[in-house]
Design a protein around this ligand. Structure first.
Ligand SMILES: [Zn+2]
Ligand SMILES: [Zn+2]
Ligand SMILES: [Zn+2]
Length: 750
């Protein structure tokens, strides 16, 4: 059972021990009861005997409450039992980063000395054991199997936890200030200030020695120094409490690995400099042997990690914050900003859109990374639809060795910081590029060349994370299914001049699906549409990506409403109408009545309809996908428009932002890019049928869309001119509105 594995801490062992002892005891008592019978009889009776035993054994004694010790959680605080009161809501995040909540039940003293810093709780879910009994005594009351004893340092009040999740940082420059308490998760880099020394270290683990009050210890590896002689060594009192792997590290590398009290650990602060060159030189000489986390991936031994200095130094420079990163080649790689850092705690898309806008917002571009910056920003800023990539567990047999590292970088260095701080510094995306280059065997190209978003997405889905194809297409000519990630639209029809000037995506989509004679085998959760254009050659001058995409007409074996009366199920489809009129596919699907009504004149009378196959018994419904983002290309530079309200049921009022990872630049060769995010008003309004009509008539009147029109934001013109990849996603709220909807919230989709 996964739950019992999860809490394989010290007390877990103790519980197992107790359980084993109980078993032995019950067998013993049974043997004494069956007095005079020897063991061969017991063996002979076999299963029959087991049955008797089950009947005659008295009911098991009281179930002991499950203990969650100080190693069972994934964060640690200075909380003590006194930090809580009975009936407080609390949150506990286990070592697998699963969040559990519940009610504090008991904060008093336990008679057992090893439970000194524990509180009694009732979990919301049955992940505990028993109902509040400790050593046979009822210490508090809880629902059965919901009771737990948790080390208080592993718990947080629910209110505080929620507040931390929501904390919005107005500017990226404040990032270090919100990290007031050090994170002592494995792998975190921390400052260690102990017995007169100031070092940088990486956390190996932490443990709590319950034989010693308040003795929370952190096992660290020093990054820039040898362990001083007078620092504490691992002693025998600690051994039972320190995880074996950490003991091994301490013994294998006594020069680098050490144990320090929790109180000596503080959050790392990056080097802040005012740009004075003598100031820049100082941290480098003082940290000669520092190596960054993922140095092995770095090209030319460049180090895009950060330098660290004691907080006092950093504080004195805070007036003009500007962070320099040491690149190992004797000069500083300057990204012009404080590091966006590593954020392990899950972050959801933000609701305070004002926090998204501004300079140094979004993902910072570096060395032709715009295709990647724009794609990641579109996929993850406000949509959860691709979160499988960052949440799926590695499947040992199938997944690549780099899976976990790639996922960690994507999740903790890009997606979560982006959602939480709305900024990601360029070095984090570079790490992902370097890793991609390694996986795809294209070390040089991935880190310096301009690539295409579709190439990047396919690599991410297929090669790195091996996710299931997003689409299953049914070929109507040979009835074979075809799995794919992207949906490229083809444009091999004959188009009118007006259509060539402005095409709308729904129309193009219908024509393309029809020409390639494919349907969707099931409703896609996400549809990545690639528009027809090769390099700078465009088929259409402008394409208008409609806010919603109606895919009902192309859902295999499903009932759609008649396009004419919109009530009765459509039974017939007239391909001749579709080919001879400027119509959408849904306009040529009819119920029998409407088909007859629409085919009265001589010409149309000869149309031969095809029968729509569908599983009978369903009520007809339309399935709409919602536009979540548009990647644009202009002279091989990628930018993006992202829908901030992608999950809303009202597409017409959705708000969009425009993001360019290289909007501006500070300095020349040694400089850095300034990414920028700006709100674009009325995008959703223009991406409707009405908007399309208005824009089309402007083009007819003036021959083009003006740069300076009071009617629309200049970026609207850019959106239509340059759109290249549109991401549509299935939104429950949008389709659930329809009372006839057969695809309820619980329906599983691809
Ligand atoms: Zn009809
Ligand atoms: Zn017809
Ligand atoms: Zn570019």
């Amino acid at each position: 059972m996964p739950v019992s594995n999860t809490y394989d801490g010290l007390s877990g062992h103790t519980n197992n021990q107790i359980a084993k002892e109980k078993k032995v005891a019950s067998h013993g008592s049974l043997l004494t009861k069956s007095n005079g019978e020897d063991r061969s009889f017991v063996k002979m009776m076999g299963k029959g005997f087991e049955k008797i035993k089950a009947k005659t054994t008295p009911a098991p004694g009281p179930v002991e409450t499950r203990v969650f010790d100080s190693n069972s959680g994934s964060y640690c605080s200075h909380n003590r039992p006194g930090s809580f009161a009975p009936n407080d809501r609390f949150v506990f995040v286990d070592v697998n980063k699963q969040v559990h909540r519940g009610l504090v039940k008991y904060t008093g003293i336990f008679p057992q000395s090893h439970l000194e810093n524990y509180i009694g709780v009732e979990f919301d879910e049955p992940i505990g054991k028993g109902d509040g009994i400790c050593s046979g005594k009822q210490m508090f009351n809880s629902k059965d199997n919901h009771a737990g004893l948790i080390h208080a340092s592993m718990c947080k009040k629910e209110l505080e936890y929620e507040r931390d999740l929501k904390e919005v940082v107005k500017t990226s420059h404040n990032i270090d200030q919100i990290r007031l308490s050090p994170k002592i998760d494995k792998g975190e880099t921390v400052m260690i200030n102990h017995l007169g020394y100031n070092f940088i270290g990486r956390v190996i683990t932490h443990f709590y020695n319950s034989s010693n009050i308040n003795s929370k210890w952190v096992v660290c590896q020093l990054l820039n120094a040898k362990v001083p002689e007078n620092w504490k060594k691992l002693d025998n009192k600690d051994r039972p409490f320190c995880p074996d792997s950490a003991i091994h590290m301490l013994e294998a590398k006594p020069d680098q690995c050490t144990i320090v009290p929790l109180d000596c650990i503080s959050p790392y602060i990056e080097v802040l400099t005012n740009g004075n060159s003598s100031m820049k030189a100082e941290p480098i000489t003082s940290l000669p042997s520092y190596s960054a986390n993922n140095l092995s991936y770095a090209p030319n031994n460049s180090n895009y990690g950060s330098n660290y200095l004691p907080p006092s130094y950093a504080d004195s420079q805070r007036s003009t914050p500007q962070v320099q990163s040491y690149n190992g080649n004797g000069h500083l790689k300057n990204f012009g900003s404080i590091d966006s850092g590593i954020e392990d705690r899950p972050a959801m898309p933000c609701r305070d859109f004002d926090a998204l806008y501004g300079k140094m917002k979004g993902i910072q571009g570096h060395n032709n990374s715009c295709y990647l910056d724009a794609t990641l920003y579109t996929m993850f800023l406000q949509s959860n639809i691709f979160d499988d990539l960052i949440l799926n567990k590695k499947r040992d047999a199938d997944d690549i060795p780099e899976f976990e590292e790639a996922q960690r970088i994507l999740k903790s260095e890009i997606v979560y910081p982006l959602r939480k701080f709305h900024f990601v510094r360029a070095d984090h995306v570079l790490k992902l590029r370097i890793l991609l280059g390694k996986v795809l065997n294209d070390q040089v190209g991935m880190t310096s060349d301009e690539k295409d978003p579709e190439e990047f997405m396919t690599a991410l889905f297929e090669k790195v994370f091996k996710v299931k194809p997003l689409l299953r297409l049914q070929n109507m000519s040979d009835n074979k299914a075809h799995d794919t990630y992207l949906c490229p639209l083809i444009a091999d029809d004959a188009w009118t001049p007006r259509q060539l000037q402005l095409m709308n995506l729904q129309y193009l989509f219908d024509r393309s699906m029809y020409s390639s004679s494919v349907e969707f085998a099931n409703i896609p959760k996400v549809l990545i549409v690639q528009l027809p254009r090769s390099a700078e050659q465009k088929v259409f001058d402008r394409i208008l990506p409609t806010m919603t995409l109606d895919i009902s007409s192309f859902l295999h074996n499903t009932v759609r409403p008649c396009g004419f009366c919109r009530k009765a199920p459509a039974k017939l489809k007239c391909n001749e109408c579709f080919l001879t009129k400027e119509s959408y596919m849904k306009d040529v699907t009819f119920c029998q009545n409407c088909f007859d009504k629409c085919h009265t004149d001589n010409e149309a009378h000869r149309h031969v309809p095809t029968i729509i196959n569908s599983n009978s018994g369903q009520s007809p419904s339309n399935v709409l996908l919602k536009l979540s983002g548009v990647l644009c290309i202009e002279t091989s530079h990628y930018v993006t428009f992202v829908n901030c309200n992608v999950n809303s049921a009202t597409p017409e009022t959705d708000k969009f932002v425009f993001f360019d990872s290289m909007a501006d630049r500070e300095g020349t060769t040694d400089g850095y890019n300034i990414p920028k995010v700006e709100p674009i008003p009325d995008v959703a309004k223009w991406l409707t049928a009405d908007g399309a009509c208005r824009l089309s008539s402007i083009i007819q009147d003036y021959g083009t869309l003006s740069d300076k029109s009071p009617e629309y934001h200049p970026k609207i013109k850019r959106l239509l001119n340059d759109c290249y990849i549109c991401i549509y996603q299935y939104v429950d709220e949008l389709n659930y509105n329809d009372a006839n909807c057969m695809y309820g919230r619980t329906t599983s989709r691809v």
